[in-house]
Design a protein around this ligand. Structure first.
Ligand code: MF3
Ligand code: CO
Length: 241
């Protein structure tokens, strides 16, 4: 799983370096595929419930699951969420990050910072015996501090031989739920993936059946890491030096 995570992280790093005005989201998709295949891995998203591309590229008001396209040319001031999954020797690595395209407005910078910090603060809580709701609460508290919306319809997840395994890892607190009362144990591997909106919490899915956008069309950001619970803390598996 460490190797799968590292490949997904390397692809995200390399694709992230390509982000600039004039690049199409399909260019990003092609580069991700190249990196993943060069490592002997496969793109996990293609064909997942019929998903038609190798990665997800979510521009501005797109929250997640944006489909790469030659017609979607990045321009100065955009933000683009890139989500990449790789399968290596039977295990899946999954990670995401939202990048600024050139100079972006202060509001976009604040949103990116809050979303990344909510992920990093949540990772800091991961340790054996910790309730899952603590992870969720940490994301939500960081988001609300800046009055950003928190997407509720999509969540983080366990990961292993399948991309989506138990438990679900919501980005808001639901103390009554069975998942929330679960405690983390050594050997669990979870993806934590906050999705924060500059406006309200609500999202909708476009007619293509995939593209998730904010209902108020405000900006949205998404960061994701894959984290293994160890006996004495945790290890982020989607790192690339
Ligand atoms: N990587 C996403 C997640 O973290 C899922 C991608 S959906 C797919 O849950 F259809 F593109 F695979
Ligand atoms: Co994920």
């Amino acid at each position: 799983m460490r190797e799968a995570g590292r490949i997904a992280a390397e692809a995200l790093h390399r694709v992230g370096e390509m982000v600039r005005p004039g690049v199409s989201t399909l260019d990003l998709d092609r580069e991700a595929e190249k990196v993943i295949r060069s490592r002997g891995a496969t793109c996990e998203f293609r064909g997942y419930h019929g998903y038609p591309a190798n990665i997800c590229t979510s521009v501005n008001e797109v929250v997640v699951h944006g489909i790469p396209s030659a017609d979607r040319i990045l321009k100065e001031g955009d933000i683009v969420g890139i989500d990449i999954g790789a399968r290596y020797r039977g295990f899946v690595g999954d990670n995401a990050r939202t990048f600024p395209v050139g100079e972006v407005p202060p509001e976009a910078r604040r949103l990116l910072r809050a979303t990344e910090e909510s992920l990093m603060e949540a990772i800091d809580t991961v340790s054996p015996g910790v309730h899952l709701w603590k992870v969720s609460e940490t994301v939500e508290n960081r988001a609300r501090r800046d009055r950003f919306g928190v997407v509720r319809e999509y969540a983080g997840h366990g990961i292993g031989t399948r991309m989506h395994e138990e438990p679900q890892v919501p980005n808001y607190v639901d103390r009554g739920s069975r998942h929330g009362r679960l405690t983390l144990e050594p050997g669990f591997v979870i993806c934590i993936e906050p999705m924060l909106n500059a406006g309200g919490d609500e999202v909708e899915v476009l007619d293509d059946g995939w593209t998730v956008v904010t209902k108020d069309r405000s900006l949205s950001a998404h960061f994701e890491h894959m984290v293994a619970v160890l006996a004495d803390g945790c290890e982020v598996l989607t790192t690339y030096p």
